[in-house]
Ligand binder design. Sequence first.
Ligand code: SAH
Ligand code: SF4
Ligand code: F3S
Length: 439
Amino acid sequence: MTTDSPKTYAIKNYGCQMNVYDGERMAEMFAAQGMTETNDRNAADLVVLNTCHIREKAAEKVYSEIGRLRRKDGADPIIAVAGCVAQAEGGEISRRAPEVNIVVGPQAYHKLPEMVAAVARGERSVDLDLPGLDKFAVLPKRRKTGAMAFLTVQEGCDKFCTYCVVPYTRGAEISRPFAELINEAKALVDAGAKEITLLGQNVNAWEADGQDLGTLIRALDRIDGLARIRYMTSHPNDMTDGLIAAHGDVEKLMPFLHLPVQSGSDRILKAMNRSHTRDSYLRIIERVRAVRPDIALSGDFIVGFPGESDADFEDTLSIVRDAGYAMAYSFKYSPRPGTPAATMDNQIANEVADDRLQRLQTLLVDQQTAFNATTLGRTTDILLEREGKLLGQLIGKSPWLQSVHVVAPGLNIGDIVTVDITETGPMSLKGEMLMKVAA
Ligand code: SAH
Ligand code: SF4
Ligand code: F3S
């Protein structure tokens, strides 16, 4: 096949915020080449599926989406599969879905323009190198952002939890240099960002020249115009003293901590190769709460890991009660090809895992509802991020990452406003506007 060079592109992101960040960088690169973005995947000349391999369902979505991209008139787009399914399945994708023209891993997407040119010449193009940080030197400067921006500071994972594909799809832990990150943060603020969320598969493993994430956060704190800093996802073993201290004295660092524990049973944590225990996790939470008592805790949980007994699952329910979560993500264990857990004995029956997931989620929703209720009557700042369904309604985020609905004339996305919290529910809150803090 030879085609004209594509003029329009569409990017569909699956999975975590790291993919959202990568998708934004791809878009900036295509824009720099004079291409135009379209939201209509059925009209775009180039479609990038930026994929996730974390659970079976996530990976399967890609193949059904590829099928849907076929066009009746035969004018099929150039299809690029990027992200973690590309890295994990590689050439297999081209065999299963011959209409895919490009397969590109999460650390090689800066080569997309030349790969697209190769396809236009009639070639198929595959690049699954994991060169680390090469892409950042090539990608264009940040010029476009929403009020809430993502900034990847760290890539990859060395932890090798026995259920997880990330160490294979994203490669080894590697940190971007300090000065480069400060420059990117400043460019984002110049382009309109009020809040920056630092991203990494293990974001708190970031370190450069002996500095830890706490030091980076303190440096970002000094950027004028940046109002809020967040980070995710963190690992219990990388919660340094410096990072915990930053929660106590950096005002821009929002009172929110996403710290996955996965299970409350030491036996299961060991089989997962989590390298922390139930108690060591709870002690970290205690230390963070000592310096920032109002911190909202968030977590990830897996139920139905191989060998998980009723007693192990009860331990997970009890760590949820002991730690107290403001919000959390919980998943049914999904065996992933190539991971040690996939071939462990005692895989758990689906119905048992379903039942456990339901019980855990009921408890987590109760906790989330209770946490939200603690903010009733409070006066707090929210950063407006999108329009609501009602006329004149905007939705913003509280410091604790809750969605707050507010109706008030003259407000814009990106404004920070002070509100009274007048109503709370399980998923969101309502606020009454008091005054505008920053526009
Ligand atoms: N680096 C982060 C999270 C990475 S993946 C951490 O270690 O906490 C996001 C979440 O997906 C994980 O926290 C875990 O809860 C879930 N997950 C990962 N692999 C999974 C699998 N095979 N089955 C079900 N859930 C999984
Ligand atoms: Fe996966 Fe564990 Fe690494 Fe998180 S720490 S990305 S769960 S291997
Ligand atoms: Fe998925 Fe890859 Fe993120 S597997 S969760 S997109 S790191």
